[in-house]
Write a protein that binds this ligand. Structure first.
Ligand SMILES: Cc1cc2nc3c(=O)[nH]c(=O)nc-3n(C[C@H](O)[C@H](O)[C@H](O)COP(=O)(O)OP(=O)(O)OC[C@H]3O[C@@H](n4cnc5c(N)ncnc54)[C@H](O)[C@@H]3O)c2cc1C
Ligand code: FES
Length: 278
């Protein structure tokens, strides 16, 4: 059973949970994700691994309630269990080893970049973190980011915490003063696109994690097709990390919007279920 052993609200509609999954914790690598389902008729959704404890046999997940399934999941309590949990899925992150590593997180992406930042720091690399959010209450995991980075910038769109502006404003400062060897950016598509546009002219290797809609998560169904460097790739199997300079973001956004009417219908239906949950 994939029991939730702890749950903490880390921002509005966003929870951090630790879940028992010893076999997955044993194999987990930075950049990988799991697919979880709650309830026999529940939807399977991909969630990034934001940490794991191999000895305790637990995974750490950050879940943002954006639609029917994630809203249902953030309403779960300690002691509840996921019906199934598959993973670790996808390829581990591979980044060049020299120069400063800049990790950039927006939303749940701040949790998703954490394993890579932690690993790089443990190897003695200089790591600079950037956390981006619309406002102060949406800034996630700032203390933890400070503990795994040499320096951290926080940017908020409304200026309520850290630097006013976007993650790219902080990236610009870092790029102007030191040799950046690689960038890892995980968050909303516009953020990953803007970061990639900024690093492309100077060819700084930039990885982004593509949140394509997924079904099986094993490369069998084709649901997560993305175009990278003119080729069709499966985000679940070939990724989720890809070279941000080669991603066709327009196709990604179009495919993400394919199920909007069904998602709205499911949300309407599921809100009533969440309200009725004990
Ligand atoms: C590799 C990967 C890692 C992810 N990691 C996290 C994470 O750590 N934490 C987190 O909160 N979210 C994560 N997501 C996004 C999360 O899977 C979606 O928010 C979730 O599936 C939405 O389901 P829903 O029913 O709540 O919302 P819906 O109403 O179904 O959708 C809301 C939006 O989420 C996207 N979405 C819908 N279904 C899927 C799907 N099956 N796969 C991917 N995106 C979808 C669509 O763009 C849609 O507009 C990740 C996605 C991917 C692909
Ligand atoms: S989710 Fe089915 S191929 Fe990727």
């Amino acid at each position: 059973m994939y029991t939730i052993i702890s749950k903490t609200t880390v921002a509005p509609s966003t929870v951090m949970i630790h879940v028992q999954a010893p076999w997955v914790a044993r194999k987990a690598q930075p950049g990988q994700f799991v697919i979880v389902r709650y309830g026999v008729e529940g939807e399977r959704i991909p969630l990034s691994l934001s940490g794991w404890d191999r000895e305790a046999g637990t995974l750490r997940l950050i879940i943002q309630g954006v639609g029917a399934t994630t809203k249902q999941m953030i309403a779960l309590k300690e002691g509840d269990s996921f019906t199934d949990l598959v993973g670790p899925l996808g390829q581990r992150s591979h980044l060049p080893d020299d120069g400063t590593l800049v990790v950039i997180g927006g939303g749940y992406g701040t949790g998703a970049v954490m394993p890579t930042a932690r690993e790089a720091k443990a190897k003695g690399r200089r790591v600079v973190g950037i956390i981006g959010a619309r406002s102060k209450d949406l800034v996630l995991l700032e203390d933890e980011m400070r503990s795994v980075c040499d320096e951290v910038f926080v940017t908020t769109n409304d200026g309520s915490h850290g630097m006013p502006g976007m993650v790219t404003d902080a990236l610009k400062i870092i790029m102007a003063r030191e040799k950046v060897g690689a960038v890892l950016a995980i968050g909303p598509v516009p953020m990953m696109r803007a970061v990639s546009d900024m690093t492309k002219p100077t060819a700084i290797p930039t990885l982004v994690s593509l949140n394509a809609i997924m079904v099986d998560g094993t490369g069998m169904c084709g649901g997560c097709r993305v175009i990278v460097g003119g080729e069709t790739k499966f985000a679940c199997y070939d990724g989720p990390d890809f070279d941000g300079h080669k991603v066709d973001y327009d196709v990604l956004v179009l495919r993400q919007q394919m199920y909007k009417p069904m998602e709205a219908q499911a949300l309407d239906h599921e809100c009533n279920i969440v309200k009725a949950m004990p």
